[in-house]
Design a binder for this molecule. Structure first.
Ligand SMILES: Cc1cc2nc3c(=O)[nH]c(=O)nc-3n(C[C@H](O)[C@H](O)[C@H](O)COP(=O)(O)O)c2cc1C
Length: 203
């Protein structure tokens, strides 16, 4: 059973969460986690101006996803940074290239799930994940979130991302905060949860 983890990350926060999602998928017997990045749409010059060159190099060993690859997966877990409360443009462009898959109903009945990152605590993690779900529903995905059985999302003793819609991390205004252990555990939980449900559906 193949669980694709498809993400975009500019400074490495979503990338770190994606690695934790993959660890969680790996907890389920027979489940293979496959990490993929969506294609970059910005030039190297722009990425340099944004201070993302080093992080991009660190992620360069992760292969770039093709849209056809989505059809070969039993479940797809998408990761995106928040851009004005929505998914990033790189992810939008990737999803807008899936029209052929939509026409064939190639993704209908697969498990779909989303995790996110934003700079600020209330900067749109939930709206990013929920608005992402709209596209998944058009494609016929069965949406899975982060149930409250992951109790780390209720904690009040530290600042943390995460909601019942999906795992998330708070990167800080300058990207200075990497995912906390609680947020990473949420990502692992989500990966395991999606893989468990996908395994049941596969029968
Ligand atoms: C154009 C743009 C728009 C952004 N919009 C938001 C936003 O609405 N809310 C927020 O909290 N952070 C926002 N951010 C910050 C990113 O979400 C943050 O850099 C990202 O979550 C870091 O994850 P990454 O390192 O994986 O890219 C924005 C960043 C950019 C470049």
């Amino acid at each position: 059973m193949k669980v694709l983890i498809v993400y975009y990350s500019m400074f490495g926060h979503v990338h770190r969460m994606a690695q934790a999602v993959a660890e969680g998928v790996g907890r389920v017997r027979g489940a293979e986690a496959v990490l993929r990045r969506v294609p970059e749409t910005l030039s190297a010059e722009i990425l340099k101006k944004m201070g993302a060159t080093e992080a991009q190099e660190a992620m360069s060993s992760v292969p770039v996803c093709s849209v056809e690859e989505l059809a070969s997966a039993d479940a797809v877990i998408f990761g995106t940074p928040t851009r004005f409360g929505n998914m990033c443009g790189q992810m939008r462009q990737f999803l807008d290239a899936t029209g052929q898959l939509w026409a064939k109903g190639a993704l209908v009945g697969k498990v779909g799930s989303v995790f996110a990152s934003s700079a600020t605590q209330h900067g749109g993690q939930e709206s990013t994940i929920l608005s992402f779900h709209t596209t998944l529903l058009h494609q016929g995905f069965i949406i899975v979130g982060l149930p409250y059985t992951f109790q780390g999302q209720t904690r009040m003793d530290e600042i943390t991302g995460c909601s019942p819609y999906g795992a998330s991390t708070i990167a800080g205004g300058k990207g200075e905060r990497m995912p906390s252990e609680n947020e990473l555990e949420a990502a692992r939980f989500q990966g395991e949860h999606v893989a468990t449900i996908a395994a049941k559906l596969k029968g």
